[in-house]
Design a binder for this molecule. Structure first.
Ligand SMILES: [Fe+2]
Length: 399
């Protein structure tokens, strides 16, 4: 993010004395990416941010994956993974169940009414899509209000916690990168401003409130970090002597933020627009796109649903959030479904869907797509909610 922000109390010059009312120094921390050579922020703490009084292992939920072999397109029914009662005792951090993953990105799902512990993902950035419900995401930078349809972007190693709010259960589709997640570079000027052709701009990105400045002692922080576990990921718990939310001010270009999918302005055309026209974010070796309610193709002979496509370098994961997905009619796919269309298999509309779409002017559909450039494997949750029948759905006559 090159969108400079500041909150709270900061000194006029960086790396200079910033003193408390009692005359002592605040503790300056630089949080920066790519070895002091990319975006960063400076945070001013009341207590030393390095202090640790104890550490133990955090046994992560099952992170093992198995190859998608024999190669098949799959339909995963995420809403079958949790009961409503599960949500009372599940939080969005420790309760995540792994659906799909590879060396670059992991997709997991959680349903929650419970507050999470303090959490820091030191493996990579997170992009959590709020399928339903609402939450306050408390972070070391300040609070984010997360609501249905929000992407919550949390930079690597940002200490935070999820507190569900409101009556509706919080459903979170969690995209964890091994890298950073940013708007596509082609949307950005060479200095980092979102360009006129971008489907969203800085006004649509919502950063944290004022820093929280919490005073508590002996606090646990759950860390996910590079290590010896499955996928090279391990969990640890640090007990720290002072609450990490002791920041009195910060400034810079690195901070968590939200972007609501309803603020994405779709790009449409006379004929079918390819998925890159729907892109919202990117990480290393994957992209995130969204298909939002929109006017569809208006050439007099257009076919609004996609052509069959073999995107030979990608595995494609579509999460169907809302509406009525025209191309998938007759496949059993509905709200809460995930389709996995792996590289090496040409996919497209189910039988009859292309003809049925002709003459439509508007698609009332909402889906979040992750395309990965390396093959995805199935996590325990992906295997648990696989409908086992989707691969045959193109053989049936639409009825
Ligand atoms: Fe596709």
């Amino acid at each position: 993010m090159a969108h400079y922000q500041h909150r709270g109390s900061i000194p006029p010059k960086r790396h200079t004395q910033h003193r408390r009312p009692d005359g002592g120094l605040y503790y300056e921390e630089l949080m920066g990416e790519e070895g002091f050579s990319s975006d960063s922020s400076l945070l001013y703490h009341r207590t030393i941010p390095s202090a640790i009084v104890d550490a133990r292992t955090w046994v992560l939920s099952d992170q093992q994956t198995v190859p998608n072999e024999p190669l098949l397109p799959r339909h995963l029914k995420l809403h079958e993974l949790f009961t409503d009662a599960d949500a009372d005792t599940t939080d969005v951090v420790t309760g995540r169940r792994l659906v799909l993953g590879n060396e670059d990105v992991r997709i997991s799902y959680a349903v929650s009414r419970a507050a999470s512990p303090l959490y820091r993902n030191a493996v990579g950035d997170e992009c959590v899509y709020v399928e339903s419900g609402a939450a306050t995401v408390e972070t070391v930078f300040g609070n984010l209000d997360a609501r249905q349809g929000d992407y919550v972007l949390v930079p690597r190693a940002t200490t935070h916690r999820w507190i569900p709010t409101g009556d509706e259960v919080l459903r979170a589709y969690c995209i964890e990168a091994n890298s950073h997640i940013t708007p596509p570079h082609r949307y950005l000027s060479r200095f980092g401003q979102l360009l006129e052709h971008s489907p969203f701009c800085e006004r649509d990105l919502h950063g944290p409130s004022e820093p929280p400045n919490v005073a508590e002692t002996d606090v646990e922080v759950y860390l996910k970090h590079r290590g010896s576990g499955p996928g090279g990921i391990t969990g640890s718990v640090h007990v720290v002597p002072h609450h990490p939310f002791d920041v009195i001010g910060w400034d810079g270009c690195l901070y968590p933020y939200t972007f609501n999918v309803a603020d994405y302005e779709p790009i449409t055309g006379r004929v079918h627009q390819p998925p890159p026209a729907h892109q919202v974010f990117e990480g290393h070796n994957f992209v995130i796109c969204n298909f939002v309610p929109r006017k569809v193709d208006y050439h007099p002979l257009s076919i609004p649903v996609p052509y069959y496509h073999s995107n030979v370098d990608s595995d494609e994961v579509m999460f169907y959030v809302d509406g009525d997905y025209e191309a998938r009619k007759g496949s059993g796919i509905g709200k809460g479904s995930v389709s996995l269309h792996p590289g090496g298999h040409a996919h497209g509309p189910q039988p009859g869907a292309a003809e049925a779409s002709i003459g439509k002017h508007y698609f009332d559909e909402l889906a979040v797509m992750v395309d990965t450039f390396r093959p995805l494997e199935l996590g325990e949750a992906g295997r648990a909610c696989d409908d086992g029948a989707y691969a045959g759905s193109w053989n049936r006559t639409r009825g």
